[in-house]
Design a protein around this ligand. Structure first.
Ligand code: HEC
Ligand code: HEC
Ligand code: HEC
Length: 190
């Protein structure tokens, strides 16, 4: 009888301790994902004192494109680099034009979506408005400002040529190149 009286509160205490532990552990986990640890080293690497954030109020594109989210975390190195290009171009608060081109001063739809600013045209950037800045036909002037090598190799990439599928089929019939799955990994050579 005496034992039972002790065991019940003991179990209750143990369960409570377990709950507290789980709560604490869970909280920790949320904190980890929020700081981006384990995902991309960027969030940790950048020192918040040096970060630049544009004043979105001065971005004419956003007057109409209200609520569109930044294409990447504004604290990421990529966004910080894009802000820098915009800054150099004289439009520190409009990073959209670095990828999309267009006219950052225009207030109507038609002229906003037209042409590009002189700085970008003269510095290998956008020469006109791009609805899709990632298009392979023009991305040497957008993503390619910073990812030049990837833009060059995209035409020989597995996703562009689907060489892997051809290789896979050829392999099924005994193989054209033998059994080495290295066709799609060949780098572009000039
Ligand atoms: C006066 C309002 C207005 C301004 C200013 C404006 N846009 Fe737009 N934009 C629109 C509307 C409305 C659409 C929807 C498609 C359409 O009606 O052409 C659109 C569509 C787009 C699209 C998709 C185009 C497509 O063909 O799929 C992009 C990209 C875009 N805008 C970027 C920009 C950028 C960058 C700027 C600033 C340089 C800008 N817009 C300024 C109103 C505006
Ligand atoms: C890093 C380059 C980059 C930056 C900076 C950027 N965009 Fe984009 N944007 C893209 C890409 C890539 C797409 C996807 C286009 C697609 O596949 O349709 C896109 C899509 C869009 C679309 C939708 C187009 C559609 O057809 O649905 C709009 C609108 C747009 N962007 C506006 C903006 C505005 C406004 C800004 C600035 C606040 C901005 N973008 C900044 C690269 C960028
Ligand atoms: C002004 C320079 C600049 C431009 C323009 C730019 N990037 Fe980046 N990008 C970077 C830098 C720097 C990094 C590496 C740091 C980071 O991940 O933020 C990066 C990283 C990336 C990554 C890896 C992300 C990750 O989490 O590892 C992808 C994917 C990417 N860029 C795609 C694009 C595409 C697509 C475009 C064009 C629509 C583009 N970038 C335009 C500078 C740029």
């Amino acid at each position: 009888m005496k034992n039972k009286k002790i065991i019940l509160p003991l179990i209750a205490v143990l369960i409570l301790a377990l709950l507290i532990f789980m709560f604490y552990f869970n909280n920790n986990k949320i904190e980890l994902t929020n700081t981006g640890k384990g995902k991309s080293p960027v969030a940790e690497k950048t020192d918040s004192a040096e970060l630049f954030f544009p004043d979105t109020k001065n971005n004419q594109c956003l007057v109409c494109h209200k609520g569109i989210e930044p294409i990447r975390d504004p604290k990421s190195e990529m966004m910080q680099e894009i802000y820098k290009v915009a800054l150099k171009a004289g439009y520190s608060d409009n990073e959209c034009i670095v990828c999309h081109g267009g006219n950052p001063n225009a207030k109507d739809k038609l002229s906003s979506h037209q042409g590009s600013i002189d700085y970008l045209i003269k510095n290998n950037g956008a020469t006109e408005f791009y609805p899709n800045p990632a298009s392979v036909w023009i991305n040497d002037k957008t993503c390619g400002l910073c990812h030049a090598e990837l833009v060059t190799t995209q035409f020989t990439s597995l996703m562009f040529t689907e060489a892997g599928k051809i290789q896979g089929t050829a392999w099924g019939f005994g193989g054209l190149q033998g059994y080495n799955h290295d066709v799609a990994t060949l780098q572009h050579r000039k």
